[in-house]
Design a protein around this ligand. Structure first.
Ligand SMILES: Cc1cc2nc3c(=O)[nH]c(=O)nc-3n(C[C@H](O)[C@H](O)[C@H](O)COP(=O)(O)OP(=O)(O)OC[C@H]3O[C@@H](n4cnc5c(N)ncnc54)[C@H](O)[C@@H]3O)c2cc1C
Length: 460
C-alpha cells in the first residue's frame, strides 16, 4: 500500500471491501495482486464468514459450508489461479437418503433418486423415485412429460411442481430439497430464480421432466459436489494468506458502521476512524448490507446447526449413507443430517472406531439444543439406536444473516446501484460457492478494468 504524502490530506484507498467471507477475500486477493491498494474490513475476529471451523471430536470441522457444487468450475479455477495449497476430494460414494412419513405414520428412509434436480425426477417411474412416491404418485408424476407448458405468470416452485408433477413430488422431494439445500420453502421461490439453467431448459423443451433429463448428472444425488481435504474452511484460510501476501490489508474485529457518499468516493466509517475509498464492495450478509445501504429487506430466519460426536456402533455402520434430507411430515426439529465421516474419507480416517460425526440442520424456528434432542433426531433420521449418553461432544452454531431471498437481492441491488456501491457474495450471486466465487472474480475484474490504478492517494 502506498504511504502517506501530506499530513493535511485525506488518504483515498483504491478499494475498500466490507465483509471478509469468501467473496470479500476473493476480491481482496484479485485487487491486491493487480497492485491495487485494498483494505478489507471484517467485523468478526477471523475471516472466512460462513467458511468457518470449530473443534469437535478433536478435529477442526466445518461449521458452515462443507462442500461446493461442481456445476461451475469457479472453486477449482480459484484454487489453481491462486495456487492455494488445498487438496480437492470427492465424497465417498454412499450418497444421501430421504426420510419421509409412510403408511401407518412410520418414518421411511430411501436413497435420494439418482437423477433429479431440486427433487424433480428425470424419470418419474424409475424404481428409486417410485420407492419414495408410491405407485400412484409415480404414475401421476410421469404425466408431466406430455403436459402442455404452463402458460401465464410463473407460479411459485411449490405450485409449479404440484401442477405439473403432482402433490407427492412437491411434498416428498422438492420441498425437503429446497429447504435443506437452498434454505427456502418452495412456496416462497420461483424456479427461474432458484435454478435459472433448469428454468431455461423447461422454457425451451416445454417439460420439466425433459429439462431435468437434459441437465441432471447421470450419477447419484450428492455426487455433483466436491470438498477439501481437512474441511472447506481451509479454502478461506489459505485465500486470506494469499491476499495478505499480495499486499491486501485485512482488518478483523472491525465492523463498518456507515458508508457516506462523497464527491471523490465514499467515506467508510468504523469505530473511531474514517477512511475514504474510490470504490466500495459490500460483501456482507443481507441484513448487514441493508443497514449500510439504508435499504429495507425482510429479516430471514437464522440457520442453526448442531455438530456432534456420537459413539454408536449402529450409526458407525452408516445406515443412511452420507446423510438424510427430511420431508416436512416427519416429526423432528431437523431438516437434514450430514454423516460427516460417511461422506468424507479424511474425517473417517481421523475418527476412532464406532465414533461418528454428524451435523444436524434445524428447521426454521426450531432448535436442537441438548444431547437428548440430538439423540432423538439422529434416531428418527437414521433409524440407528443412539442414547443421549452416546453424544460425546456437541457444538451449536447459529448463522444469523445467512439467507438472502431473491426479493432481498433485488432490493439490495437497487439500493447499492443508487449509491454507487458494488455488491458481492451470496447477496449478489445467490447462495453457494459455485456462484459466489465466479461472481466475485468477475466483479473484481470489472473494477480493475474500469478504475485507474492509483495506489493510496491523497486529496486535499
Ligand atoms: C450452515 C451453512 C452451510 C452451508 N453449506 C454450503 C455448502 O455446503 N456449499 C456451498 O456452496 N455453500 C454453502 N453454504 C452457503 C455459503 O457458505 C455461502 O453462500 C457463502 O459462504 C457466502 O459467502 P459471502 O462471502 O457472500 O458471505 P459470508 O460468508 O456471510 O461473509 C460475510 C462477512 O461479512 C461480515 N460482516 C457483516 N457485516 C459487517 C460489517 N458491518 N463490517 C464488516 N464485516 C461485516 C460477516 O462477519 C461475514 O464474515 C452454507 C451456508 C451455511 C450457513
Amino acid at each position: 500500500m502506498a504511504g502517506a504524502l501530506m499530513s493535511d490530506a485525506a488518504v483515498v484507498h483504491d478499494l475498500v471491501i466490507v465483509g471478509g467471507g469468501i467473496a470479500g477475500l476473493t476480491i481482496a486477493w484479485e485487487a491486491a495482486r493487480a497492485g491495487r491498494d485494498v483494505v478489507l474490513f471484517e467485523q468478526a475476529d477471523t475471516t472466512g464468514g460462513m467458511l468457518r471451523a470449530g473443534a469437535v471430536a478433536g478435529l477442526d470441522v466445518d461449521l458452515g459450508a462443507e462442500s461446493f457444487a461442481t456445476r461451475t468450475s469457479g472453486v477449482h479455477d480459484l484454487v489453481v489461479d491462486a495456487r492455494l495449497p488445498v487438496q480437492f476430494v470427492d465424497p465417498l460414494p454412499a450418497g444421501a437418503h430421504l426420510a419421509f412419513r409412510g403408511r401407518f405414520g412410520r418414518t421411511h428412509r430411501a436413497p435420494l433418486p439418482r437423477r433429479a434436480i431440486v427433487g424433480m425426477p428425470a424419470d418419474p417411474t424409475a424404481p428409486d423415485v417410485a420407492r419414495i412416491l408410491g405407485a400412484a404418485g409415480s404414475r401421476r408424476a410421469a404425466e408431466e412429460r406430455a403436459m402442455p407448458r404452463t402458460e401465464g405468470a410463473e407460479p411459485s416452485l411449490a405450485d409449479l411442481v404440484t401442477q405439473r408433477f403432482g402433490a407427492a413430488v412437491a411434498a416428498r422431494l422438492v420441498e425437503p430439497l429446497c429447504r435443506s439445500v437452498y434454505s427456502h420453502d418452495a412456496a416462497s421461490v420461483r424456479l427461474s430464480a432458484l435454478h435459472p439453467a433448469l428454468w431455461e431448459a423447461y422454457e425451451r423443451l416445454g417439460s420439466l421432466t425433459a429439462a431435468v433429463d437434459a441437465l441432471a448428472p447421470a450419477t447419484r444425488a450428492g455426487s455433483a459436489v466436491r470438498g477439501v481435504e481437512g474441511g472447506l474452511w481451509r479454502l478461506a484460510s489459505e485465500l486470506r494468506a494469499e491476499a495478505l501476501r499480495a499486499g491486501a490489508v485485512i482488518r478483523t474485529g472491525t465492523a463498518v458502521r456507515e458508508l457516506r457518499r462523497k464527491d471523490n468516493g465514499t467515506a467508510v466509517i468504523i469505530d473511531g476512524e474514517t477512511l475514504d475509498a474510490a470504490e466500495i464492495v459490500l460483501a456482507t450478509g443481507p441484513s448487514a448490507a441493508a443497514k449500510l445501504l439504508g435499504a429495507s429487506v425482510a429479516p430471514a430466519e437464522p440457520v442453526r446447526l448442531a455438530v456432534a460426536e456420537i459413539a454408536s456402533r449402529a450409526l458407525a455402520a452408516h445406515p443412511v449413507g452420507s446423510g438424510v434430507i427430511v420431508a416436512q411430515d416427519v416429526a423432528t426439529p431437523a431438516k437434514a443430517l450430514t454423516h460427516v465421516d460417511a461422506k468424507w474419507e479424511w474425517a473417517d480416517a481421523a475418527l476412532g472406531t464406532d465414533v461418528s460425526l454428524v451435523r444436524l440442520s434445524a428447521r426454521d424456528g426450531a432448535r436442537i439444543d441438548a444431547e437428548v434432542d440430538v439423540a432423538r433426531a439422529v434416531r428418527t433420521l437414521t433409524g440407528a439406536s443412539v442414547a443421549p449418553s452416546a453424544v460425546r461432544s456437541l457444538v451449536h452454531v447459529e448463522w444469523p444473516d445467512a439467507v438472502s431471498t431473491p426479493d432481498a437481492r433485488t432490493a439490495l441491488a437497487a439500493a447499492a446501484a443508487a449509491r454507487g456501491i458494488r455488491l458481492a457474495g451470496a447477496i449478489a450471486a445467490g447462495t453457494g460457492l459455485a456462484s459466489v466465487i465466479p461472481h466475485a472474480r468477475a466483479l473484481a475484474h470489472e473494477i480493475l478494468a474500469t478504475t485507474p490504478q492509483e495506489g493510496a492517494r491523497h486529496v486535499r
